[in-house]
Design a protein around this ligand. Structure first.
Ligand SMILES: [Zn+2]
Length: 282
C-alpha cells in the first residue's frame, strides 16, 4: 500500500523538521505529504506584520524542497488560522489594524499562487473552541475571502472548522455553491465521524485524523475521505497530535482485520489525493 498524509505541519525551529519527517514517512511507504504553514509565531517570527508571513512562506518552501529529495510528492499551503486572529486580538491588535494585515497576507498568498510557490490556501476557517462572536465572524470572513481566492486560482483549500456534523458540512456546501468553488476542493480538515458522514453525503472532501480513524470510522464506504496526521512537530506538546507514520500502522492493522479493503484504502490514500491536489499518481 502507498500512504499519504494530507495535513501535517513541520517546524525545523522547534521540532524534527521536514527532512526527518519525510525520511521516516517514506521508509514506511509514504508517497505524498501536504505541508500546512503554522502561525508565524510558532517559527519564532513574532513581528505582527506581513514580513512574518513572508518568512513562513520561505521556510515552508525550503522544507518542502528538503522533503522532495526523499522522493515524496509534496504540496504546501499558506493561510491565516483562526487561532492567529484570537492571538492578535489578545495582543491588543484592533480589528482595523488586523484587517490591514489580512489584506497584506492575501496579497502575499495571491502572488505566491501566481508564482506557484504554494499549491493551495490553508488553514483558514472558524474556531472549534469558544471565542468571542466578533473574532468568530472575523475568522469566517477571512475564510470566505480565502474560498474566493482558491476558486480564482482553482486550488484546494484546507478548512479548520467546528465539528458540527450536518451544520458544518451544510455550511461549506452552501458557501461553496454560492461562491462557485467545487466541493471537491474545499477540504474539511480534521473531520470527526459525524461531520465526515455529512460531508460525504454532500460531496464535500474531508480528512480523517488518523487518531479518530477507528474501526467504525474505517468501515464506512467513503467517497470523499482522505487521511491526515495533523502532526504539529512541537516537542513541547507531545501527544497533541499523531505522527505521520501512525497512518501506515493503522491502515495496515485495519486491512489485516478486514475492516478496510485494499481497494478502499487505495481510494482514500491515492485516488482521492491525486484528484483533490492535482498531483501525479505514484
Ligand atoms: Zn493543522
Amino acid at each position: 500500500m502507498l500512504y499519504s498524509d494530507v495535513h501535517l505541519h513541520v517546524n525545523p525551529v522547534r521540532g524534527l523538521g521536514a527532512e526527518k519527517v519525510a525520511r521516516k514517512f517514506k521508509s514506511k511507504g509514504g508517497w505524498f505529504i501536504s505541508i500546512i504553514s503554522l502561525p508565524p509565531y510558532h517559527y519564532g517570527f513574532t513581528d505582527i506584520s506581513v514580513e512574518s508571513y513572508r518568512k513562513s512562506l520561505d521556510l515552508i518552501t525550503r522544507e518542502a524542497m528538503k522533503a522532495k529529495t526523499y522522493g515524496l510528492e509534496v504540496v504546501k499551503f499558506l493561510g491565516f488560522h483562526p487561532a492567529e486572529i484570537d492571538n492578535y486580538y489578545k495582543l491588543g491588535v484592533r480589528s482595523d489594524k488586523l484587517l490591514k494585515l489580512v489584506d497584506e497576507v492575501f496579497e502575499l498568498m495571491e502572488s505566491a499562487l501566481r508564482d506557484n510557490l504554494i499549491d493551495g490556501i490553508g488553514e483558514v476557517g472558524r474556531q472549534h473552541y469558544g471565542t468571542s462572536p466578533e473574532r468568530f465572524v472575523f475568522s469566517e470572513s477571512v475564510m470566505i475571502r480565502a474560498l474566493m481566492l482558491a476558486r480564482d486560482y482553482n486550488v484546494p483549500i484546507q478548512l479548520h472548522l467546528e465539528q458540527g456534523g450536518l451544520a458544518t458540512a451544510y455550511s461549506i456546501k452552501l458557501l461553496a455553491g454560492t461562491l462557485g468553488i467545487s466541493t471537491e476542493k474545499t477540504i474539511i480538515h480534521h473531520a470527526n465521524l459525524e461531520t465526515a458522514i455529512w460531508s460525504d453525503s454532500y460531496g464535500v472532501v474531508f480528512t480523517a485524523p488518523i487518531r479518530y480513524f477507528d474501526e467504525r470510522y474505517a468501515s464506512n464506504k467513503w467517497r470523499y475521505c482522505m487521511i491526515e496526521s495533523d502532526y504539529i512537530d512541537d516537542p513541547s506538546r507531545p501527544g497533541a497530535s499523531a505522527y505521520p507514520w501512525e497512518i501506515p500502522d493503522t491502515i495496515n492493522k485495519f486491512i489485516e482485520k478486514n475492516v478496510l479493503t485494499e481497494e478502499q484504502a487505495y481510494k482514500i490514500l491515492v485516488d482521492n489525493v491525486v484528484k483533490t491536489f492535482g498531483v501525479n499518481p505514484p
